[in-house]
Design a protein around this ligand. Structure first.
Ligand code: NAP
Length: 446
């Protein structure tokens, strides 16, 4: 891949890139099927991604007609990288086996190793014979909605498709590698004012937050809505805060440290709750929730913004769901996409039905939503929330940081890019948006 990287860095045109031979193998971060039982008996917290994630060479797979090879310049850690690396709640090899049974192209994915990663920025190297809108040399970012568009169920919101998958989590050949195989309908134009690593960190979390807050498929926020955001400086929350502010809503951000609270204020979120300082005990023991703690939390929200949230942006799951349903306004919406602290959630149904609240499920984003969310990044209306960058060899360490909640925003990973700050092709656009806004999460790190 060295010759390919050098050509990209030298600004070689698409025809030149297309003429360069592809190697037989490439460098990738993966977990092995034979290691799936390695953490047996350990608690979730004790399972260490540094032990399971390997970085080594794997063979280049064949290309289907509707796919592209992408030279990956940078990628990012997502929480699904953590799930894959600790084999929870299930080893992801089951997903690959199922995909392997679908058709001849699916069979490529069923391997004894799983190349992870659901975000990438890079350059198209080859386009399959059925690809119309992309060609070698195009600078792209990759979104992770992996859908076979020949299935009718994929055509009225592709997230409802019977065969919908998350690339790099439920498929092989993900983005934490020097090369990736993606469907053409996963590609988006790279925001030209961003570096490779700034561009790579957005698609998964930004699109998910867009659907949850802005889209009619999510909470469909209107001006003036109060939106409670758990993990407001985390991967999803850092974009959610921006969408609420952009759309004229009133964010109430929950975080777990004074430094994160400061960052939130710098982003323009005036109502901030430090859950560590408040020491909420929503669960008095493993089986019992304490309504008086939900009430205390609700009072704290009212003290800040004078009313209950119209929308609760929910993803921690078991630890917070009871409180989320309780504090939502009469008629309000809890929009949920995850359950980091446990998926068997419990809430008091009386508070839901008597006050006509609703829980809305959301999962990633369809191509249109991912496109719209990427457009807002390209326009400089939404900023990347990259805080720190690791080399591909240290993917395990980067995933461990996210697993232990030691990070802010997004952690980037350099793949083919030899250093940070490369790949900006619109420096004037960058200046227009402003270095301070683009690097807000990085400066916190410094
Ligand atoms: P992240 O970067 O780790 O951020 C999550 C934030 O949630 C943390 O920074 C933490 O913030 C807060 N948090 C964690 N545990 C908590 C708890 N027990 N109670 C309250 N707050 C807690 O992760 P992310 O990328 O935002 O992803 C969050 C979850 O969503 C993950 O489970 C991920 O798999 C899932 N996800 C789902 C989709 C989808 O499409 N369905 C897409 C993206 C992510 P503080 O400590 O500062 O409060």
């Amino acid at each position: 891949m060295d010759a390919i990287r050098d050509a990209i860095l030298a600004g070689a045109p698409g025809e030149e890139l297309a003429a360069l031979p592809l190697p037989e193998s490439y460098r990738a971060a993966f977990v092995r099927k034979e290691d799936a039982g390695m953490f047996e008996g350990l608690s979730t917290r004790e399972k260490d991604p540094r032990r399971s994630i390997r970085v080594d060479r794997v063979p280049v797979p064949d290309l289907a007609p509707d796919e592209c090879y992408v030279a990956v310049m940078a990628s990012a850690i997502n929480f699904n990288t953590v799930w894959t690396s600790i084999f929870e709640p299930l080893p992801t090899f089951g997903f690959l086996e199922r995909l392997g049974r679908e058709n001849v192209w699916g069979a490529r994915h069923d391997l004894p190793y799983h190349v992870m990663g659901s975000d990438a920025s890079g350059v198209v190297l080859r386009a399959g014979s059925a690809v119309r809108n992309w060609k070698p040399g195009d600078h792209v970012v990759v979104h992770c909605n992996y859908v076979d568009d020949q299935d009718p169920s994929a055509h009225d919101d592709s997230m409802l498709a019977a065969n919908q998958r998350i690339w790099g989590f439920e498929t092989n050949f993900g983005g934490l590698a020097d090369l990736s195989v993606v469907k053409a309908n996963q590609l988006l134009a790279k925001p030209a004012h961003l570096s490779w690593e700034e561009a790579a960190c957005n698609a998964l979390c930004n699109s998910t937050s867009y659907r949850m807050i802005v889209s009619k498929n999510g909470a469909d926020m209107k001006q003036g809505d109060v939106v409670l955001i758990w993990g407001a400086t985390g991967g999803l929350g850092g974009y959610a805060v921006q969408y609420v502010l952009n759309g004229g809503g009133i964010p109430v951000g929950v975080v777990s440290s004074a430094s994160k609270a400061k960052l939130l204020e710098a982003l323009g979120c005036e109502a901030v709750i430090d859950r560590a300082a408040k020491n909420y005990r929503f669960w008095s023991d493993e089986h019992t929730q304490d309504e008086s703690e939900w009430r205390r939390f609700g009072k704290d929200i009212r003290a800040l913004v004078g009313e209950d949230p119209d929308i609760v942006f929910e993803h921690p799951g078991r630890q917070t769901m009871g409180a989320s349903v309780f504090v939502a306004k009469r008629g309000g919406t809890v929009v949920t996409c995850a359950a980091t602290s446990g998926y068997m959630v419990e809430y008091d149904n009386r508070h839901l039905w008597m006050k006509l609240k609703q829980i809305k499920a959301s999962h990633f984003a369809n191509y249109r939503e991912a496109y719209d969310a990427n457009r807002l990044i390209s326009l400089g209306r939404i900023q990347p929330i990259l805080s720190v960058v690791y080399p591909l060899e240290e993917t395990g360490e980067a995933a461990a940081q996210v697993h232990q909640n030691l990070h802010e925003g997004k952690i980037g990973v350099l793949c083919l890019a030899p250093g940070e700050g490369l790949g900006v092709t619109d420096p004037e656009g960058r200046e227009r948006v402003g270095e301070d806004r683009i690097t807000a999460f990085r400066r916190l790190e410094a």
